[in-house]
Design a protein around this ligand. Structure first.
Ligand code: BMA
Length: 372
């Protein structure tokens, strides 16, 4: 009898710890969560921020809004498996985001990606709700404290969340079902370049802001097509990583952002740090039983011809990482994925040919939105 009870308890507890945070999530969202977990170590997906919206031509000029085009597809024959998007400026009912993508186009790209079996993730470089004219890089201290201390500020922030909720709840698949997205708010908080960064608020304030935001979206606004990702910037240790972790009930996926600067002199150091951070992240992901990813990364302008196979691939292959997301191809001095003719393009193809990383077809095979 006692054994049966313990056995049932074990099953109960393990079901609980497998569960995502939103018990009322849509079927497709629950499937995405479970399949991210179930398909770990079966190839790591490549993501690209804004990849379908714009990119670079061989001569370095920009292309913008050409349906069906992405730099990764031009280079490697397939769209990225994961697409990243940013809601910055949705706060103000703007028709375009902070990097000038029309929100109607963003919605179209997200839906297309989902229909192809790919995954979408959304970040939010939001302005400062206390001084709305100041942008995401405002370094004012105590912003979070001043949101909760002041009814008008809180109301303003809630109205911004209303816009976020409206956008996410409007993403529809072919059958009218909601498109699941991985929402990744208040990122890179171990750094201090955003107003929610470590230097501008206490750990408790950060956690309060996080929990308030997630509760508001899920419970109040009933957004049930989201997984929630927690992503730091660089961190020194497990303790550092978890210092501002809002709790297992508020996070579905763990990740971090990492950028490589000063190549080639820093190559060895970068690879070592990257390796250490991935190993720590995998440990944490195993303990909390949640999927994990490198939520942003890159080397600006990729001046290293073999960056993908000598630095990225050895660290990401055969890990639990669901994906790594390269940052946007903004303009000729600011890009992170190869485009046609770019120095690292042949090496990117070589990485893809290793079979260890996946683009859109690999994502489709994982059948993320169906129950197994
Ligand atoms: C930064 C840069 C900016 C951009 C911002 C939000 O890393 O790419 O140009 O506005 O991300 O996407």
């Amino acid at each position: 009898m006692k054994t049966t009870f313990s056995f049932l308890l074990l099953i109960f507890v393990s079901t609980l710890s497998f569960a995502q945070i939103d018990k009322n999530a849509t079927k497709e969202t629950k499937n995405l969560y479970l399949n991210l977990l179930a398909t770990q170590k079966q190839g790591v997906m490549v993501g690209h921020q804004d990849g379908l919206a714009y990119g670079l031509n061989p001569d370095g000029t920009r292309w913008i809004g050409q349906d069906g085009r992405s730099d990764i597809k031009t280079v490697a024959g397939e769209h990225p498996a994961v697409l990243g998007w940013d809601l910055g400026k949705i706060e103000f009912d703007s028709t375009r985001n902070l990097d000038k993508i029309p929100f109607v186009k963003m919605k179209q790209y997200i839906e297309e990606t989902y229909n192809r079996g790919g995954v979408n993730t959304i970040s939010w470089h939001l302005h400062n709700p206390v001084e709305p004219k100041k942008n995401t890089w405002d370094k004012a201290d105590s912003t979070i404290k001043n949101i909760f201390n002041n009814a008008e500020n809180l109301k303003r922030y809630e109205s911004w969340l209303d816009n976020v909720a409206d956008f996410i709840k409007n993403l529809k698949g072919k059958k009218g079902e909601l498109v699941p997205v991985i929402f990744r708010p208040f990122h890179e908080h171990t750094g201090s370049w955003f107003w929610w960064g470590a230097g501008h608020c206490t750990a408790d304030e950060y956690k309060k802001m996080w929990r308030f935001t997630i509760d508001y979206l899920i419970k109040k606004k009933k957004v049930h097509n989201m997984l929630i990702a927690y992503s730091t910037d660089r961190f020194n240790s497990k303790e550092h990583y978890l210092e501002r972790y809002p709790g297992n009930d508020y996070v579905d996926m763990v990740g971090f952002d990492i950028y490589h600067t000063n190549a080639p002199s820093s190559n060895d150091k970068f690879k070592k740090d990257f390796q250490r951070m991935v190993t720590t992240l995998e440990e944490i992901a195993t303990e909390v039983n949640k999927p994990c990813a490198v939520t942003e990364m890159g080397l600006e302008k990729i001046p290293e011809a073999d960056w993908f196979t000598s630095i990225v691939l050895p660290v990401v292959q055969d890990t639990k990482l669901s994906y790594f997301l390269l940052w946007r191809n903004g303009y000729d001095r600011h890009y992170y994925a190869p485009y046609e003719g770019q120095l690292s393009a042949p090496d990117f193809i070589k990485m893809f040919q290793s079979g260890k990383v996946l683009l859109e077809k690999g994502a489709k095979k994982k059948n993320f939105y169906k129950s197994k």
